[in-house]
Ligand binder design. Structure first.
Ligand code: 48F
Length: 267
């Protein structure tokens, strides 16, 4: 068979366009493809929810590739290990209650499972804004959509208008920067569901407290928007934890469970 470059080009354009059109109206939009966002995507897609994940970078995986200070190993405790077990990621006991996993195996396996579970990953796109609307329900205003542009447009600082997607729920899994909550804080004119009504901000490193509080802080931070991973601690004002990843994995799982329940309640 003779190869036709026109067919190759058309295949890519048509298939990508169709994929995107099919994912313009979502159950859940996840912003950020680090460990927390990926785990949330995995569990929601397993529940047959319509999920798209938007990632600014070329690769998904966020801060998990590099382990600690580029020593590409991660550490988890018993609870985090259970998530890695469910995903089929190998863990190795280090000393009582501590396990290690190869950061590259963990990241690539998780990424692959997310795609195979049915999440559509849109890489090289950044979420630059949200759509907020008045609703009839108990929440007076809520986030109903995201405003998206190419990372290349952002990097080149080009004046090009974005496009949008509609979503029932959103997860801010943007990591330390907690970008979505900052945007909502700036533009909504409403209080966030935090003590101060604003992004409280991340504190310095304290692994034990941070691992626990990541889970406690994984919740709705603005109507329609949940925070997961480091974004949860930054939003509600807790510590960072360094290269122990159980909190990130469990946070993603908790966000998925909470949103799945909300979607169930709406049907
Ligand atoms: O930073 P990141 O890995 O967040 P996480 O899932 O995990 C944190 C750990 O990696 C580590 C730690 C562990 O103990 O403290 O730092 O909370 O992944 C966040 C991802 O979000 C992307 C960003 O490129 C990264 O891959 N991201 C951030 N802002 C946007 C975004 C945005 N506006 N649009 C799209 N992607």
């Amino acid at each position: 068979m003779k190869l036709d470059e026109q067919v190759i080009t058309r295949a890519i354009i048509e298939r990508f366009t169709q994929k995107w059109i099919d994912y313009l109206d979502l159950d859940v939009a996840i912003v950020g493809g680090g460990p927390a966002g990926l785990v949330a995507a995995y569990y929601l897609a397993k529940k047959a929810r319509k999920v798209a994940l938007f990632e600014r970078k070329l690769t998904i995986g966020g801060g998990m590739w590099g382990g600690g200070m580029m020593f590409n190993e991660i550490v988890v405790q018993d609870e985090g290990k259970k998530v890695l077990d469910e995903l089929g990621i190998s863990t190795y006991p280090f000393q009582t209650g501590y396990y290690t996993a190869d950061a590259v195996e963990a990241t690539t396996t998780l990424a692959s499972k997310v795609c195979q579970a049915g999440t559509r990953v849109f890489n090289l796109m950044c979420v630059e804004d949200v759509m907020i609307r008045q609703t009839d329900g108990p929440e007076s205003t809520r986030v109903v959509g995201l405003v998206i542009n190419w990372t290349a447009v952002e990097m080149a600082e080009l004046h090009v208008d974005p496009l949008t997607v509609h979503t029932r729920y959103t997860i801010d899994a943007t990591g330390h920067a907690t970008e979505l909550m900052h945007i909502i804080q700036k533009k909504s004119g409403s209080r966030l569901l935090t003590q101060t009504g604003k992004v409280v901000g991340e504190k310095s490193l304290w692994a034990e407290v941070a691992e626990r509080s990541t889970l406690e802080n994984t919740r709705e931070a603005f109507p329609g928007v949940y925070v997961a991973g480091m974004a949860a601690n930054a939003t509600f004002g807790s510590y960072r934890m360094g290269p122990i990843f159980g909190g990130m994995l469990l946070s993603g799982k908790k966000a998925a469970e909470l949103i799945d329940q909300r979607l169930e309640d709406r049907t």
